[in-house]
Ligand binder design. Structure first.
Ligand SMILES: C[S@@+](CC[C@H](N)C(=O)[O-])C[C@H]1O[C@@H](n2cnc3c(N)ncnc32)[C@H](O)[C@@H]1O
Length: 297
């Protein structure tokens, strides 16, 4: 029986932009769905030791990798889009110039084959830390007519790419199916006692709540992983006895639209961090096939 513990982490004490300033190359801002660096750093320091290996199979501009190498861990990432992969490499190079002691590398490819893309890491990874993409509706930067003087809402940087095969463009069932394959591969990379950490939050489509954390939990369990921890990572700040709002214009806009339609919607102020482990391995038998990090067929 795995004990599930809940905790709250004060990861929103600084604005995300301030967390990235000078630590990531400026072009990184173009990515529509970056992980908050403080969530990555806190997860890595909680679940790994210096010198251990951290992997992000959907690494985007490399937040997991950058925070890992700054903390003296070694890191590897896979990213489907070559443009984001190049930025992850640039961010790792910047971290190195700033004195990061860990080593990082990035492979551009489809993480549904992650174990084949990183065969040398099989059974050696202490932590997989990642977050799934979830649609252009929830991402990007936004300006209202108040800022631009032009009627309507202007949105930019909300596309991962124009490639329809990117999981970000798939329907929810296909995204979950692909993410399940990625998690199965990640399970092959884990060392005994290693963990898979997934940051994810619910979102709304036309007012309807999509429980992405719940879906991700189900998919991870189907991939053979066992829930070990569930942590609330605050996106809002904590200060002087109250919550400091960090919700984006877009989130507040959506919430106001909901209220106007009679739906009491609140802007999301936290991210769920789901921690999974592998069940203890049963002793091998003569008939157990060796499935570890097999090459693609
Ligand atoms: C939520 S973002 C991750 C952002 C990352 N944590 C960061 O801070 O930059 C998900 C990423 O998964 C990538 N992606 C989508 N499908 C993929 C696949 N099949 N294999 C690898 N990466 C994929 C997207 O291009 C996107 O950059």
């Amino acid at each position: 029986m795995v004990e599930v513990t809940a905790s709250v982490w004060a990861t929103g004490q600084r604005q995300s932009r301030a967390q990235r300033q000078g630590r990531y190359v400026p072009e990184s801002m173009r990515h529509p769905g970056k992980m908050l660096p403080s969530i990555a750093a806190k997860t890595i320091s909680t679940y790994t030791q210096p010198g251990e290996l951290v992997v992000d199979p959907m690494c985007g501009i490399g937040t997991t990798l950058v925070e890992a190498v700054h903390l003296g861990r070694h890191a590897a990432g896979v990213e489907y889009e070559e443009g984001w992969a190049r930025l992850a490499v640039a961010n790792l190079a910047l971290a190195k110039r700033q004195g990061a002691s860990g080593f990082g590398r990035v492979v551009a490819g489809d993480a549904r084959n992650v174990a084949a893309l990183l065969p040398d890491l099989c059974g050696r990874v202490a932590l997989v830390l990642t977050s799934p993409p979830y649609g252009a509706a929830t991402h990007g930067h936004i300006r209202s007519s108040r800022d631009t003087g032009v009627p309507g809402v202007h949105k930019w940087n909300h596309h991962y790419s124009r490639d329809r095969a990117n999981l970000a463009h798939q329907s929810l069932p296909k995204l979950l199916e692909g993410f399940g394959r990625i998690l199965s591969g990640c399970a092959e990379l884990l060392e005994p006692g290693g963990a898979v950490a997934i940051t994810v939050r619910p979102y709304r489509v036309r007012g309807e709540l999509v429980d992405l954390p719940g879906h991700v939990q189900a998919v991870a369990q189907k991939a053979g992983l066992v829930l070990a921890d569930r942590i609330v990572c605050l996106l809002c700040g904590l200060g002087e006895g109250k919550l400091l709002n960090r919700a984006s214009f877009f989130q507040l806009h959506e919430a106001r639209k909901g209220w106007a339609r009679g739906l009491p919607i609140h802007a999301v102020a936290h991210e769920d961090l789901l921690i999974f482990g592998k069940p203890p391995a049963s002793p091998p038998t003569d008939r157990s096939p060796d499935r570890r990090c097999r090459q693609p067929e």
